[in-house]
Every structure is written in C-alpha cells, then in structure tokens.
Design a binder for this molecule. Sequence first.
Ligand SMILES: CC(C)(COP(=O)(O)OP(=O)(O)OC[C@H]1O[C@@H](n2cnc3c(N)ncnc32)[C@H](O)[C@@H]1OP(=O)(O)O)[C@@H](O)C(=O)NCCC(=O)NCCS
Length: 192
Amino acid sequence: MICIRRARATDAEAIGAVHVATWRTAYAGVLPDDYLADLSPLRHAAGYEQAITDRRNGHAVFVAVASGADAPADTAGEGGTIIGFTSGGRARRDWLAQGEVETLYLLDDYRDRGVGRRLMRAMAAHLAVVGCRSAMLWVLQDNPSRWFYQRLHGRPAAQEAIRFAGRTMQQMAFVWDPIETLLTATAAAPEG
Ligand SMILES: CC(C)(COP(=O)(O)OP(=O)(O)OC[C@H]1O[C@@H](n2cnc3c(N)ncnc32)[C@H](O)[C@@H]1OP(=O)(O)O)[C@@H](O)C(=O)NCCC(=O)NCCS
C-alpha cells in the first residue's frame, strides 16, 4: 500500500535521502557529476525539517509512504518507508500564481503508478485550503518530468535562465489558474 500524508519532523532524514537519490538520477548529465556526488542527505534533511516545522507562508510537506508488499525489500520497517515527497506554499514570487509547488520527487522504482499525481493532489488541496486561487511550479526545461505537468494540464507560462551549480540552464513555469484545474487533473488518482 502507498499512502500520502503530511510529513512529520521525524520524516526529515528519510526525505533528505529521497531528495539525494532522486536528484542523482533525475539530474544526471544535467547537473555536474561532482555536484551530484557531493549532495548530502543530512544537510537536506535539516532543510526539510525546517520546512516541515516552520509553517509560515502556507508551507507544507507531504510524503508518499510505502508499506506491506509495496515497501522496498530492504526496508520493511514498521510505519512504512518514505518513497517520495512534495513541498510548497505561497509562491516565492507571486507574479505567476499565488501558490507554488517547490519540490516533487519520487524514487525511480515507484514511478508510473499514479503516486506523483496523488502527491500533486495533496499539495493542490493544501494550497487551496491556505487560500491560493492559482498554483505554479518551475521545472528545468531539459527535465523529462515537464511532460508530467503538461499531462496534468499545466499551462507553460514563463521561461527564464537560471544559474545553478555553476551552469546556466533554462527553466520553465507551469501554471494552473484557477487552482481547480489542478484539483480536477489530479482527481482520478488511482491507488498505487
Ligand atoms: C515527475 C514525477 C513525480 C511523476 O510521478 P509519477 O508517479 O511517475 O507520475 P504518475 O504515474 O502519477 O503520472 C501521471 C500521468 O502523467 C504521465 N507521466 C508521468 N511522467 C511522465 C513523463 N515523464 N512524460 C510524459 N508523461 C508522464 C503518466 O503517464 C500519467 O498519465 P495518465 O494520466 O495517462 O495516467 C516522477 O517522475 C519523478 O519523481 N521524476 C523525477 C524527479 C523530478 O524530476 N521531479 C520534478 C522536479 S520539478
């Protein structure tokens, strides 16, 4: 079984580990190898712990937890294993939309089972509850996951160059306005 729930401070370490594992596969060949090799689960865990506990600006973190037959073979621990997460809140720059999905990452083995859609649904519902009438996110233009957002009827709304890890890259923004378009696109979430 895979369930989606709000993250707790004690989840931060596992979220940091998923962050690093997913960045190393999703951004291989996009970000420099040494940058990816130097990523630290513990350093990211500290950032996520703050994001979980500091709820200012409508911030929230949701996790996907696999248990039972769906748990990774080496981690059949009680309470399940975190295999993905999303974070977001009121938009850092609100010229495109009021709410922002800041992160969405899922371990490779759990993709294409509807879990990403369910995480997006949880975040969209949360953003709506904290009063955001629209939502957006930034994705690197070279990231194939951009098609996932297009599949969820995100509207390409902006493009900009960013400097990250010593490289200049293009990122693009997808917008859901009104936010109900994202709630509708993620509504038929199959159980993963
Ligand atoms: C993006 C991500 C979260 C998607 O999660 P997922 O669980 O694999 O996606 P789902 O199974 O919920 O897919 C929902 C729909 O999008 C489609 N889809 C998913 N990824 C896709 C892709 N890369 N290209 C095209 N379509 C895609 C699915 O086929 C599905 O279509 P359907 O409506 O016909 O069923 C996941 O692939 C991921 O973690 N990627 C790597 C990390 C990353 O780059 N994150 C984004 C940072 S901005």
